[in-house]
Design a protein around this ligand. Sequence first.
Ligand code: G16
Length: 548
Amino acid sequence: MDTSFAHVTELAKTKYHRKSDRYINYGTAGFRTKAADLTHIMFRMGLLAVLRSKYKKATIGVMITASHNPVEDNGIKLVDPMGEMLAANWEHYASELANVTDSEVKTVLNKIIQEATIDMSEKSNIFLARDNRPSSVTLASAFLEGVSCFKSHFHDFGEMTTPMLHYVVRCENTQKRYGKPTEDGYYEKLGEAFLKLRGSKPSCPGLYKPRLILDAANGVGAEKVCLLKHHLNDALDIEVLNDGSDGILNHECGADFVKTRQKLPTGLPLKVGDRYVSFDGDADRIVYFYIDKNSKFHLLDGDKIACLVAKYLKDLLNTCELDLKLGNVLTAYSNGSAKEYISKTLGVDVACTPTGVKHLHHKATEYDIGIYFEANGHGTVIFSGHAEDVILNTAGNTELPIEKRVAAQKLCTLVDLINQAVGDSISDMLLIETILHSLGWDVEKWSNIYQDRPYSLCQVKVKDKSIFKTTFDEQRLIEPKELQDAIDELVAKYTEGRSFVRASGTEDIVRVYTEAKSLDEVKQLSFAVCEKVYDIGHGVGDRPVRSA
Ligand code: G16
């Protein structure tokens, strides 16, 4: 083992030398920054991934992506054995290893080995995938050189969506009980479940039409949806646009653009009556939208998706008369109307966590069936082992009335359609299409289940976003206190006003969320809060401007 450590130190000091001493944190979804600043981090994460694999005695996943960020950024995140995000204590190890000097790399590795009592003679295996950013190829090589220092096994899947990587890791570590750990295995599993749920029902029940237009953000999801289509037997007519053939990744398109700007992406021919869907660059977020007959844009974000899924699952559970605890996990960014719809109209439990899939996912495991969605379109459903057993037994119990068994069989198939490892644009899209088809709804009917309270999501660039410290629920600032006092004063002037400020964990910005009774009030309040953030929080660049 000494030989490989000598090689580690040599590479750390030469080819993968750390060029800047700027601190980089393992943030909301791993390391994310300009691609040019990531080479040494990739190499070091190759080393860490091997340690994690030896520690867990399992295959560890690694995704090279900066998801919704601009094309010049990149990033890396580690995926734990069941396809979940890396455990929090290892996020600290990752940050420590990423930020020490080149000559300290060996010391930190040794510290982790000792603290976690890792047996270095254990086997290790890494699954690697990347998105379609031009920088991802060289960054993947740097990562693999780290992996090779410890002579670990690995499989490089090449380009994949982030959720596919989570899926194959979970399949591998469940001895393939979750599915085949291949890209084809993924399409087959989802395609089969989708077609089973469609059954022999007509392709256009009620208001539903199988046509769908996809804005793929010029990301890796475009090609994957085209491959998936072969497994759907024409049950869905998906037109894939912003497919990367001439546009720039995430530039004026994709789920993040559509959600934060609340406007149409470029590159789509718009037609009243059509249903549109946007993925983000690595296809782990999804939002829907449409244009009404007055040319008004309507967004159906993660909140609306959560509500639709909660309604459908609740109805199925009621039909089966199953006593399973259904819950819905949201964040502070969820619209007040969504929370009200889920808790009051549906009577489903609502819980809130800080931003970040890892927090929502963890909370969702407390329910028998836990739905989680961030308003930005990240989310999925998790079934506990107990829930899966109960559903399976009900589906197979021939003494029960047929309608109960049919509903339970649907739930069984939904378990296969849903990527329980992580939020997945492709799997979520198939789930939403299944629900709309089953209800005979069009997108307008879905949109009208409740009306969003007027809101806005803005961003302010500041000198140092690390000075912004929030309470656990992210709704209030602990520091700068002066800023929170100013926000309180502003919010108090508006009936039904709500505004909070938090530093992004994936971009070098501070996010400002605002809700109020009318759109005009939202604009006023949001602008006033952004100005305070700029003034008290040391804004850089242009001052905030009031939106028209
Ligand atoms: C990542 C996380 C999400 C989070 C988003 C924005 O998404 O996985 O949970 O909501 O970042 O986080 P922040 O507000 O901290 O920038 P993605 O799609 O970029 O991987």
